[in-house]
Design a protein around this ligand. Structure first.
Ligand code: AMZ
Length: 241
């Protein structure tokens, strides 16, 4: 079933939204505690929360562990966690408190780590993030762009890492709130047989429906729910029709 997944991106202990992943370009930041925000999204009907440790992704190691644990302990929803998880030990530690880990950089630098996590914890608990800039995979907090094309990356993830799911984030449209690129989603979906969660660019309910139509198994929404362009409860209801 298609799922609408609210994003909680953590930076400096706060819930923020960045434009195209640029740490200096903050669209939204709030003093409301991330736990309260998490509770609000779950009250609106979210069954999964997408929690990203942005400082972790920039630094290459988890920074917000305690806050993520607090969120996990406070809500009755699944949580998928990513950002800075670059070792087997770090993934195992996060899987103690979260339902799923999201692994990006390490999938392309040390894929054997993903295989080990899949073997020890199950493929259902491992999501590999393909973060794409101009059709190529970006890593290290999106500060580096590789030569790997998204389509090849998707096949590589399915065949070589054995992860159960792909998170496809389109940096070209992320944080711009100008709509998704449905063709880019379709390209990833058609390259693999595992589910693909799409992320980036959602600005209205039509994007949610377009992502569903493109074959995604879910969509992550960030800026649009924080700037109230989308009412999460309504989006969840509409996506089920
Ligand atoms: O906004 C950013 N600069 C950013 C971001 N949102 N950098 C990484 N990430 C997210 C990816 C993925 O979910 O979309 O962090 C995760 C990957 O982190 P890592 O450390 O495994 O590459």
């Amino acid at each position: 079933m298609f799922e609408v997944i609210p994003a909680i991106d953590l930076k400096g202990g706060k819930c923020v939204q960045l434009r195209q992943g640029n740490a200096a370009d903050v669209i939204f930041s709030t003093d409301e505690h991330p736990v309260e925000i998490a509770r609000r999204w779950v009250s609106a009907g979210a069954r999964t929360l997408h929690v990203i440790d942005l400082d972790g992704a920039f630094r290459g190691s988890v920074v917000h562990y305690q806050m993520i644990k607090q969120i996990a302990d406070s809500v009755n929803a699944k949580i998928q966690v990513g950002g800075g998880i670059r070792s087997y030990e770090s993934a195992a530690k996060i899987l103690n408190i979260a339902d799923k880990v999201i692994l990006g950089t390490v999938a392309f630098k040390n894929p054997e780590i993903i295989r080990r996590v899949v073997e020890d914890f199950s493929e259902e608990r491992v999501i590999v993030a393909i973060d794409a800039r101009s059709g190529k995979v970006a890593v290290d907090g999106w500060q580096q762009t590789t030569d790997m094309h998204v389509r090849d990356a998707a096949r590589f993830v399915e065949e070589e890492t054995h992860a159960g799911c792909i998170l496809f984030t389109n940096i070209d449209v992320e944080g711009l709130m100008k709509g998704i690129d449905a063709d880019a989603i379709r390209e990833v979906v058609s390259a693999v047989s595992i589910p693909v969660i799409a992320s980036g660019g959602v600005s209205g309910i039509e994007d949610v429906l377009a992502a569903k139509k493109a074959g995604a198994s879910g969509i992550v929404i960030g800026s649009a729910i924080y700037t109230r362009k989308i009412d999460l409860k309504n989006a969840i209801q509409q996506s089920m029709i």
